[in-house]
Ligand binder design. Structure first.
Ligand code: GDP
Length: 386
């Protein structure tokens, strides 16, 4: 009798199991982020609860959407990244009567007296270049004009061009580390204060990389604003990227980042781009959050790029933000957005000085291809109007 009961119980379990498999299969697009592995560092020594639990609640349910069908991007093909700055030079607000033309007018004055040099220095400072670089550029030009005795506009212009390029650092390595290495995708973290253009940068980059033949996973680790994940998903749908997001607001960002990297590795993607939240609540809070995201990702892969997005129109405020972020995480490159909205392009020099990190990309508008690799020569030529 007991044997019969056991056999019936087994049969019921088998039938239930099959039923569940069939029920779950069509919904495979929704998966739960597995708890990330134990994290070393400040949290080591604890019985390392997964980040999701620390954020209050179970593991973040994460929605993994497959690439859009048909897999080719529906939008027209993106313009190649290379040479975009030259093509978009007209977008640089600084190119339209900005500080470049003011400098050239000042340098062509009949008498280059003390007052004229002071005006030149002031123009550079007003362009957000920073006091020290402005003084250096002015001194250098003044010496050259004195030594060469030249007042020929063409030659003065060449001197100014050379000096600006030198200050920007033509030899800085501005390579964007994307594309798989070995069997691992490159991992890129996008950080910065909300509103600077982080999500837009993630989307524009995904579009450009997919245009170059890469496969891209976008991780919506800005879980504090549902709109950010929706925005990223829209980019994914338009570009053919895959998106990993939580369907719960305020889910743990590290869980989402971990899941995005897992999907990137499993699906052999070329690049995983993780968008983060940029709440500047406290420096410690920011450090904890970004530090945790990075440590959790590094359980599975290397973080190749940490791109700090700064709004070029925010001047000194932007520089203050840059300082805080650089203390929280090792920034590998700067993205200066909204350069189309400011004539003060000098921030390029100031922010590089401040962080010792190159500007790698610049945002020049709201269109999907309005993101360009930064090229010092093309930038200076645009602001000098050549
Ligand atoms: P996030 O909060 O940092 O993710 O910022 P978003 O990506 O949502 O961007 C905030 C706003 O800035 C949006 O309206 C973007 O279209 C706009 N934006 C981003 N980059 C640029 C740029 O280079 N130029 C201009 N004009 N607007 C930009």
């Amino acid at each position: 009798m007991e044997l019969v009961i056991i056999l019936i119980a087994i049969a019921v379990l088998v039938v239930a199991g099959l039923g569940t498999t069939f029920l779950v299969r069509p919904r495979r697009r929704r998966v739960s982020a597995p708890p990330p592995p134990p994290v070393p560092g400040p949290e080591a020594g604890r019985t390392t609860a997964p980040p999701a639990e620390q954020a209050g609640g179970g593991a973040a349910p994460t929605e993994v959407l497959p690439p859009t069908v048909p897999p080719r991007p529906r939008d027209e093909a993106p313009a190649p990244l290379r040479g975009r700055l030259t093509r978009l030079r007209g977008r640089l607000a600084a190119s339209r009567g900005g500080f470049g033309s003011t400098l050239l007018t000042l340098l062509s004055r009949d008498a280059l007296d003390d007052q004229a040099w002071e005006d030149i220095e002031d123009t550079l400072i007003t362009a957000d270049m920073g006091v020290a670089p402005s003084r250096q550029i002015t001194e250098e030009l003044r010496t050259q004009v004195k030594v060469t005795g030249t007042r020929d506009p063409g030659q003065v212009r060449t001197m100014l061009r050379t000096e600006l390029i030198r200050q920007i650092g033509p030899d800085m390595d501005r390579t964007l580390h994307t594309g798989s290495h070995g069997d691992r995708p490159s991992i890129m973290l996008i950080v910065g204060v909300n509103g600077t253009g982080k999500t837009t940068v993630a989307g524009k980059l995904a579009r450009a990389l997919i245009g170059e033949g890469q496969t891209v996973v976008l991780g919506a680790a800005d879980t504090f604003r549902a709109a950010a994940a929706d925005q990223l998903q829209t980019w994914a749908e338009r570009t053919g990227a895959q998106v990993v997001r939580s369907d719960r607001e305020e889910a743990d960002p590290a869980s989402v980042a971990f899941e995005a990297v897992r999907v990137g590795i499993d699906e052999r993607a070329s690049t995983v781009i993780v968008d983060t939240a940029g709440r500047l609540h406290t420096k410690t809070g920011l450090m904890d959050e970004l530090g945790k995201i990075k440590r959790v990702i590094e359980k599975r892969a290397t973080v190749d790029e940490v791109l700090l997005v700064l709004d070029a129109t925010t001047g000194q405020n932007g520089l203050r933000q840059a300082r805080v972020f650089a203390e929280a995480v090792d920034v590998t490159g700067i993205v200066l957005t909204k350069l189309d909205g400011t004539a003060k392009g000098g921030i390029v020099i100031a922010v590089q000085r401040e962080l010792g990190v190159p500007v790698k990309l610049v945002g020049l508008g709201e269109g999907p291809d309005d993101l360009a690799p930064f090229e010092p020569e093309a930038f200076v030529d645009a602001i000098l109007g050549s």
